[in-house]
Design a protein around this ligand. Structure first.
Ligand SMILES: Nc1nc2c(c(=O)[nH]1)N[C@H]1C(S)=C(S)[C@@H](COP(=O)(O)O)O[C@H]1N2
Ligand SMILES: [Mo]
Length: 303
C-alpha cells in the first residue's frame, strides 16, 4: 500500500527541506489519500498544494502543547527548558514484559522510516508533516500484548519545573490519551521521533509522540512517558475537560460538527491569512484504510 513505503534513515540521508519537497513525495501523499484515481467529490477538490509538506518552520512554530502554554507560539518559546535525556517509557498493564524501556534502546530496536501525513486539528487548521518514526505496534510488541488487552492508555511527562504550563489548571495534568487496541495496532498509527529527518523538536513532543493521522490532532499525545494496556476504555484529557465537545474516538469527520463550529472545512497553515479553505475529508483522507475499524458504529454518537 502506498503509505507503507519504508526508508531507513541514516545521518547521510538527512536532506534539506528543498530536496525533501520533491514531486515523488507529494505524489506519494496523494496516492495514500486515493487521489491517484481522483474521480470527483471532495478528494478531487483538494488542490496539490494541500498535499505538499509544510515547512519545518511552520511545523515547529505553530503548535498546541498546553504544558508550555496555550498560545500557538508558547511551545516554541518555552519548550527549550525540557530535558529529554535520559528518557524512559514505562509500558505496563496487560503485557508480558512490563517495565521501563529506555528511549535509546527502543530506537535501536526499531526501523525508522518516513511517513508524510496530513494532520488536522479540531480548531479547523491542518498541516502536512513528514514524520520519522516507527509503528506503535512494533513498540507494543517489545512488551508483549496479552490477549485480555482491549485499549491502550498514554501519558505525557508531568514535570512542572520544566513545563511551565503545568503550573496552571487549564487541563488535568498529566495529559492522557487512549486508543482502542485495534486502532493502536493499525499500520498507520506511529510513534514519531523526528520531523524532516531531524530529532523531534521539543515543541512537537520530544523525544517520542503518538501520531494517529485519521483522528483530530489532540489524540496525538506528545512526550510520552507511559503506555498502559487495559481491558477498559481509559480517560482522555479533552474528554475529561469537556465531554460534550470531545469524545473518545475523535475521528476526523466533516459531517459531525464541533458544538461550537463546523468541521466541514479547514485552512492549511502556511498559506497566509487569506488562503482559501479546503474541504475536510472523512477520516482525514484515510477512510479506505481505517473505516472498517468502525463498522456498525454510529459515528455521530461515537464522535
Ligand atoms: N501532551 C500534549 N500532547 C498534545 C497536546 C498537548 O497540549 N499536550 N496538544 C494536542 C493538539 S490539540 C494538537 S493539534 C497536536 C499538535 O501537534 P503539533 O504541535 O506537533 O502540530 O498535539 C496534540 N498533543
Ligand atoms: Mo488540536
Amino acid at each position: 500500500m502506498a503509505y507503507r513505503w519504508k526508508n531507513t534513515l541514516k545521518d547521510s540521508d538527512v536532506t534539506e527541506q528543498s530536496v525533501f519537497l520533491n514531486r515523488r513525495q507529494i505524489m506519494a501523499v496523494a496516492a495514500g489519500l486515493g487521489l491517484a484515481a481522483a474521480i470527483g467529490g471532495p478528494r478531487a477538490a483538494l488542490a496539490k498544494e494541500a498535499l505538499e509538506p509544510n515547512s519545518f518552520e511552520d511545523i515547529t512554530t505553530y503548535n498546541n502543547f498546553y504544558e508550555f502554554g496555550t498560545g500557538k507560539d508558547d511551545p516554541v518559546k518555552n519548550a527549550g527548558k525540557l530535558t529529554t535525556t535520559p528518557w524512559t517509557v514505562t509500558i505496563d498493564g496487560l503485557v508480558d514484559r512490563p517495565g521501563e524501556y529506555d528511549f535509546a534502546d527502543i530506537m535501536a530496536k526499531m526501523t525508522i522510516e518516513e511517513r508524510i501525513y496530513r494532520f488536522r486539528c479540531v480548531e479547523a487548521w491542518s498541516m502536512v508533516v513528514p514524520w520519522n518514526g516507527f509503528e506503535l505496534k512494533d513498540m507494543l510488541e517489545l512488551a508483549g500484548v496479552q490477549s485480555g488487552a482491549k485499549y491502550v492508555a498514554f501519558e505525557t511527562l508531568y514535570r512542572p519545573e520544566e513545563m511551565v504550563g503545568q503550573r496552571f489548571p487549564v487541563l488535568e495534568w498529566p495529559y492522557v490519551e487512549g486508543l482502542r487496541l485495534d486502532e493502536a495496532m493499525h499500520p498507520l498509527t506511529i510513534m514519531a521521533s523526528g520531523i524532516y529527518g531531524k530529532d523531534m523538536p521539543n515543541q512537537n513532543g520530544a523525544p517520542l509522540r503518538l501520531v494517529v493521522p485519521w483522528k483530530y490532532g489532540f489524540k496525538s499525545i506528545k512526550s510520552v512517558v507511559k503506555i498502559t494496556l487495559m481491558d477498559k476504555e481509559p480517560p482522555t484529557s479533552w474528554n475529561v475537560a469537556n465531554a460534550r465537545e470531545y469524545g473518545f474516538y475523535s475521528n476526523v469527520n466533516p459531517k459531525v460538527d464541533h458544538p461550537r463550529w463546523s468541521q466541514a472545512s479547514e485552512r492549511k497553515i502556511g498559506g497566509g491569512l487569506f488562503s482559501k479553505r479546503i474541504p475536510t475529508l472523512m477520516m482525514n483522507g484515510y477512510e479506505d484504510e481505517v473505516v472498517s475499524l468502525y463498522t456498525g458504529m454510529d459515528l455521530s454518537k461515537n464522535f
